[in-house]
Design a protein around this ligand. Structure first.
Ligand code: GCU
Length: 427
């Protein structure tokens, strides 16, 4: 090998390792959080101050939404895709005295093909209909949320997990109910709420295959083989799936379509926020430990960084978001603006004490800094820059928040707060 090629190769390797090490280092030291300005929620990009609901809804809100679409979560292609809904199962009293189980196939189709996603509904029995509902995506399959054998098992790709006895990227009977600690179905329905579940891999399997599987290919124009750098990645299409489930719920007399709360944990908490923001029909949104790219402020550069999330999960956001790798200070927006787009609807942000990767303080602060948007509507929201103590939920009609003790997870404690939140502000 000639000398200059050798030198070039060595230099490239050096650059790669610098970039890699830099990106992999997560900061957990508050003293190292850089100084940064909070982008003003109410000032338009050309410097006009917005101070009425009308100007917010006509000018500033669409502007912010557009920024998030273009720069981060991606735009939805305008390709026409038809969706048919088929109720494939309706079992009365499937959970004795507590809930009926209904399953609906959401069938997406156009000239590019056909793709089916299953929605499982737990309909509470002890409440007058139509019932309010929590709707959320899950990581391993609807059947993992509860051991009830009426819940069907999906045939989509699923991540292997030895603890859950999932091997060969296929789910089977053995994984029934393995995630029931995260989905206290009996408790939720006993409180008078329905629960709607979709396995996220039915919409788009969560690995980087250049968007050849799941729903993305249905949206390609002639000759297109992957989304453009502006178009949506996985988070965008997962939230689209939630909106399409809401379309169905609007036709189901058991459910009150005006009282559907979109819920998600972690990457699916990023997704529930994006779904709530892009689809104002959702009555409220809950983000459980959503962290970077969800509720946490990116400019704090605390815990997971933009470069890390883009390297590890290149398929979650659009390609435009990559330009902010290690350049959070250049972001013309931050996640408090995402929360502000929920106004005037209630939103719940939850953190876990040991989940520093998701930056609990940054998650709280984005809720706090969304307040100007709620102020426009005269809706009280978080007004103290200091977060509440661990395990002390703070409820407001705007943003509610808690930091639970323990690790990155969804627990009974979290759900008790979500029921309280729903009772106060949605039901
Ligand atoms: C990783 C990722 C997070 C994400 C989490 C999850 O930890 O870095 O951004 O929230 O996975 O979805 O479980």
């Amino acid at each position: 090998m000639n000398k200059s090629i050798q030198t070039t190769l060595a230099f490239c390797l050096f650059l790669f390792s610098v970039q890699y090490t830099h990106a992999q280092k997560a900061n957990y030291d508050e003293a190292k959080v850089p100084k940064f300005d909070i982008v003003d929620v109410l000032s338009t990009t050309d410097g006009q101050k917005v101070n009425t609901v009308e100007a917010w809804e006509k000018i500033r809100r669409p502007e912010i939404l557009d920024i998030f679409r273009q720069q981060m979560y991606g735009t939805q292609p305008d390709t026409e895709v038809k969706v048919h809904y088929v109720v494939v199962k309706d079992i009365e009293n499937a959970i004795p005295d507590l809930a009926d189980i209904k399953e609906v196939d959401m069938i997406f189709s156009n000239a590019n093909g056909r793709h089916s996603v299953r929605l499982t509904l737990f309909i509470p029995r002890k409440v007058s209909k139509p019932a309010p509902m929590f709707l959320g995506l899950n990581f391993y399959g609807n059947h993992t949320a509860n051991p009830n054998e009426n819940i069907s098992i999906h045939s989509s790709w699923v991540r292997d997990n030895a603890n859950f006895h999932i091997f060969g990227n296929r789910a089977d009977e053995v994984s029934r109910g393995v995630r029931s600690s995260r989905w206290p179905v009996e408790y939720i329905v006993s409180q008078g709420y329905g629960l709607g579940l979709i396995y996220y891999g039915d919409i788009d399997p969560d690995f980087d295959d250049g968007f050849q599987n799941g729903l993305h290919p249905l949206f390609y124009k002639d000759g297109q083989t992957k989304p453009t750098s502006e178009e949506w990645g996985s988070i965008g299409i997962w939230s689209y799936g939630l909106s399409k489930a809401l379309d169905y719920l609007g036709t189901d007399n058991d459910i009150d379509e005006n009282k559907v709360i979109v819920f998600g944990h972690s990457r699916l908490g990023k997704t529930s926020l994006w779904a709530g923001v892009t689809d104002p029909r959702f009555a409220a949104a809950i983000s459980n430990d959503s962290g970077c790219g969800g509720a946490a402020l990116s400019k704090r550069e605390f815990g997971e960084r933009v470069a890390v999330i883009n390297q590890n999960f290149p398929h979650w956001f659009n390609d435009n978001f990559i330009k902010y790798n290690n350049k959070e200070s250049e972001l013309p927006f931050d996640q408090h603006m995402l929360i502000s787009l929920m106004a005037p609807r209630p939103v719940y942000i939850a953190s876990a004490e040991q989940d520093e990767w998701a930056d609990p303080k940054g998650e709280y602060l984005s809720g706090y800094y969304a307040k100007p948007a709620y102020d426009l509507y005269g809706i009280p929201s978080l007004n103290d820059v200091t977060p509440p103590k661990v395990n002390e939920a703070r409820f407001t009609p705007g943003v509610s928040y808690h930091k639970r003790s323990g690790k990155h997870d969804v627990t009974r404690y979290d759900w008790v707060q979500y029921i309280e939140f729903a009772d106060r502000f949605v039901r």
